[in-house]
Design a protein around this ligand. Structure first.
Ligand SMILES: NC(=O)c1ccc[n+]([C@@H]2O[C@H](COP(=O)([O-])OP(=O)(O)OC[C@H]3O[C@@H](n4cnc5c(N)ncnc54)[C@H](O)[C@@H]3O)[C@@H](O)[C@H]2O)c1
Length: 429
């Protein structure tokens, strides 16, 4: 099948490369000419394990191509995927400007009717609205379909080929199955639903995962008051198959480009439809409070942060990605800088992106050890696995005082305390 993908960010590029690898011919379009030039040269524009290799392979076998011109490729494909951003507006609702722009361009440029699939996360009713834009003029019939994306950054390529499910929402079942069939080589649960249901599945899934995180973070706070250990509580809970062990990791709260945005958007769209989704208000509050509580913990131990030298490990919102959107690590560094601490930081992949969002006198280090030279404390803010494998004898020598704040509960707290560190984590004493 010939497919056009509009938007080559995390979702669009991974989908494009994945669909090409499944044997489809994929034309990719993005308005950012710099991005397109880099992609044409066979380099991914963000860090995602395994992506570069498949990108190069499918460029070489000519199943993948990149352009800034939708007009050039639109009539070569039967199915168009919209994968552009839907950033939050000040009231929390999703901004559909880019999605609508793409639909309007398709409407103007396409000679024939097509299936237009939305992979961007969009509010319920967007599919119906897009179909109206697309079918503004009679003579061609466009079908708007929802195919929400569930990939996890850091494992996105794996997730493309091994998803837990593929959901397609369409008004006509035959159209839904045409889209599902693009993924016939992928063995997983496949669901064809109404468009509205598919759109809501995406928000409901993300809001539920965020709720699990806020729930275990609340439990971590009870642990700190009572002396219980949140890691063991989570393990004991997760062994119950009805609960499962995933997303029960206490820490400094969820971040990233999706959870914060999607939880707020679901709350806002529920309100807009006359329903007050009370639970989500609490989920958001707990997440914000969790970040603040960790900062307070640091201040309680170190006293005034003015002039204190702090090493921070991690800038990305989670390990294995270079994405810093809504990163709790970045948020924490902003708080430290505001309190006049001297921050030295390191991240294996996210420094370039962090530089774009962080201001102030921050030292970006070439490796983890550099951040902690003569520092008053070390903070772990992202769960990169290599941070757990540091030489802690060396860490102790480098720090001015052996204090570690672990916002991700990455280290074994018994071992690290035994090694002579004053160690503060989340929900463990
Ligand atoms: N990143 C994730 O983990 C993830 C997972 C699931 C769903 N989503 C959803 O997918 C959507 C895209 O997310 P992302 O992280 O890939 O965004 P992104 O910001 O990484 O990429 C969006 C891309 O769209 C391009 N673009 C914008 N307007 C365009 C236009 N008119 N024509 C062509 N290209 C245009 C931008 O230049 C950019 O490259 C969002 O709705 C997001 O919520 C993201």
């Amino acid at each position: 099948m010939k497919i056009t993908i509009v938007g080559t960010g995390y979702v669009g590029l991974v989908s494009a490369v994945g669909l090409a690898e499944l044997g489809h011919r994929v034309f990719c379009v993005d308005t950012d000419p710099q991005k397109i030039e880099i992609l044409k040269s066979g380099r991914a524009t963000f860090y995602e394990p395994g992506l570069d290799k498949l990108l190069k392979k499918n460029l070489a076998n000519r199943r993948l191509s990149f352009t800034v011109s939708l007009a050039q490729v639109i009539d070569q494909s039967e199915i168009i995927f919209i994968c552009v951003g839907t950033p939050p507006q000040p009231d929390g609702s999703a901004d559909l400007t880019y999605v609508k722009q793409v639909a309007a361009s398709i409407q103007t440029l396409s000679k024939q009717g097509k299936i237009v699939v939305t992979k961007s996360t969009v509010p319920i009713g967007t599919g119906a609205m897009l179909e109206q834009i697309l079918n503004k003029k009679p003579g061609r019939v466009f079908e708007a379909v929802s195919c929400p994306e569930f990939l996890r950054e850091g494992q996105a390529v794996y997730d493309f080929f091994h998803p837990d499910r593929i959901v397609v929402g369409a008004d006509k079942q035959s159209v839904g199955f045409k889209v599902i069939n693009l993924f016939s080589a992928v063995k997983t649960h496949k669901m064809v639903t109404s468009r509205e249901t598919a759109e809501l599945i995406k928000y409901a899934a993300n809001a539920f995962l965020a709720t699990k995180i806020s729930f275990i973070n609340e439990i971590s706070n009870v642990c700190e008051k009572t002396g219980a250990d949140v890691e063991e509580v989570a393990k004991g809970m997760g062994l119950d198959k009805r609960i499962n062990p995933y997303f029960l990791k206490a820490g400094i709260g969820y971040g990233g480009s999706c959870f914060p945005k999607d939880v707020r958007a679901l709350r806002q769209l529920s309100g807009g439809n006359g329903y007050n989704f009370r639970l989500l208000k609490a989920v958001i509050e707990v997440n914000n409070k969790q970040r603040q509580l960790f900062f307070e913990k640091i201040k309680k131990v170190l006293g005034s942060l003015e002039g204190k030298k702090i090493g921070v490990l991690g800038l990305a919102f989670k390990g294995n990605t270079d994405d810093v959107r809504e990163s709790a690590a970045v948020d924490l560094i902003k708080k430290l800088v505001k309190a006049k601490a001297k921050v030295s930081c390191f991240d294996p992949q996210a420094v370039a992106n962090a530089r774009l969002v962080l201001n102030g006198r921050i030292r970006y280090c070439a490796n983890a050890y550099e951040t902690m030279e003569q520092a008053d404390a070390l903070i772990i803010a992202t769960e990169w696995p290599q941070f757990a494998k540091l030489d802690f004898k060396k860490v102790k020598k480098l720090l001015r005082q052996p204090i570690i704040f672990d916002g991700k509960n990455l280290l074994n707290h018994q071992l690290i305390k035994k090694a002579g560190f004053s160690y503060y984590s989340v929900g463990r004493s």
